[in-house]
Design a protein around this ligand. Structure first.
Ligand SMILES: Cc1cc2nc3c(=O)[nH]c(=O)nc-3n(C[C@H](O)[C@H](O)[C@H](O)COP(=O)(O)O)c2cc1C
Length: 244
């Protein structure tokens, strides 16, 4: 993305460019994480002397929320079409609205997935989820394991997920309306998608965790989105848990 001062979100574009991960920038990124892990952490910024306790929530939503967690160990079983339907239904567009909020109804996020282990006919496919039709379109083939591992920043020792979902943003849909602030909204909306998926995984008894370190441009190209203004906001590795 080039810096174009007259663009409605020129600074968001600049920020995005500066925060991209690729083969060149990933080393400094990893070094920063390691250095940060060595720092003493004191998260108690807000400590008020008086806290009035509230009754804990015990309803089904609270119970489901408690089950949500990042689970990085996966079993080898492929995802069935039924499970795929359940997972993607987190992002469906239903008559009368969608399941997710979006600033100005602009919906700048789209969902793609690398189906690394899925039942026929999806095995090895890269798909786009069409929320209006609640259906999948095949847009390509997953590359060799060494390549998807590198592009998803998944080290060799990490379990192979059955699928990597990718939340892709189309900034112009929202920055044309909101300017720089639209960039902020786009990222917030990607978070809604991730949280919805996290709850859906918990409900389905599936495992998963967010992948914040995808290589931006190569993943965008892999999804067949080279030459568009698409940005790769976040990945989500999912699969059957190693121990059900
Ligand atoms: C934006 C974002 C990016 C993340 N990226 C990664 C990642 O690249 N790798 C990973 O193992 N976990 C990643 N996580 C998961 C966090 O480590 C995890 O949510 C956190 O440790 C809290 O654990 P919990 O999800 O089990 O409650 C990410 C989470 C978020 C919200």
């Amino acid at each position: 993305m080039r810096y174009e001062p007259d663009h409605p979100a020129a600074l968001f574009n600049l920020f995005w460019e500066g925060s991209k991960l690729n083969r060149r920038t990933v080393r400094a990124f990893a070094e920063r994480l390691e250095a940060h892990d060595r720092l003493p952490h004191d998260p108690a910024e807000l400590v008020y002397p008086q806290v009035t306790a509230l009754a804990p929530a015990t309803d089904p939503l609270a119970t489901l929320s408690l089950l949500r967690r990042s689970e990085r160990r996966f079993g080898p079983a492929p995802l069935s079409t039924e499970k795929l339907a359940a997972l993607f239904s987190a992002f469906a567009r239903r008559p009368g609205g969608r399941l997710l909020p979006s600033a100005g109804g602009r919906y700048p996020i789209e969902v793609f997935a690398l189906l690394l282990a899925a039942e026929a006919p999806w095995q090895g496919s890269i798909v786009y989820y069409d929320g209006a039709k609640h259906g999948l379109s095949r847009v390509g083939s997953c590359p060799d394991e060494a390549i998807w591992r590198e592009l998803c920043n998944l080290p060799e020792g990490a379990d192979r997920p059955a699928a990597v979902l990718v939340f892709v943003g189309f900034p112009s849909r929202i920055t044309e309306r909101y300017g720089e602030r639209g960039g902020r909204f786009l990222l917030l909306e990607a978070g809604h998608y991730a949280q919805s998926l996290g709850l859906r995984l918990a409900f389905e008894g599936l495992a998963g965790y967010e992948l914040g370190g995808l290589y931006d441009d190569p993943v965008r190209d892999l999804l067949g989105l080279g030459g568009t203004d698409a940005i790769v906001t976040l990945g989500y590795a999912v699969g059957h848990p190693a121990t059900p």
